[in-house]
Design a protein around this ligand. Structure first.
Ligand SMILES: [Zn+2]
Length: 80
């Protein structure tokens, strides 16, 4: 698995929609790759915020953008 694959499967991974073999591959890549792990932590926090807002749906693009911007301000990723 490369980083593109990993990013593509991140949401499914977080939503626990992946098959066990795929979950294993993503988890393995996250353990090996600091960049994707940062991404994973970020997306996990993003989904937490969505749940706090009372929705488990993926937010509309505009809402998503605002949450992403707020999370970025709160904790700038060390890789940027
Ligand atoms: Zn990666």
């Amino acid at each position: 698995m490369d980083c593109d694959d990993c990013v593509e499967k991140l949401y499914a991974f977080l939503d626990k929609e992946l098959a066990p073999t795929e979950r294993k591959e993503v988890a393995q890549h996250l353990a090996d790759c600091g960049d994707c792990d940062d991404n994973f932590v970020f997306e996990a926090r993003f989904l937490e915020v969505l749940r706090d807002c009372g929705t488990s749906e993926i937010a509309p693009a505009e809402v998503r953008k605002r949450i992403v911007e707020r999370l970025r301000r709160d904790s700038p990723p060390s890789t940027l």
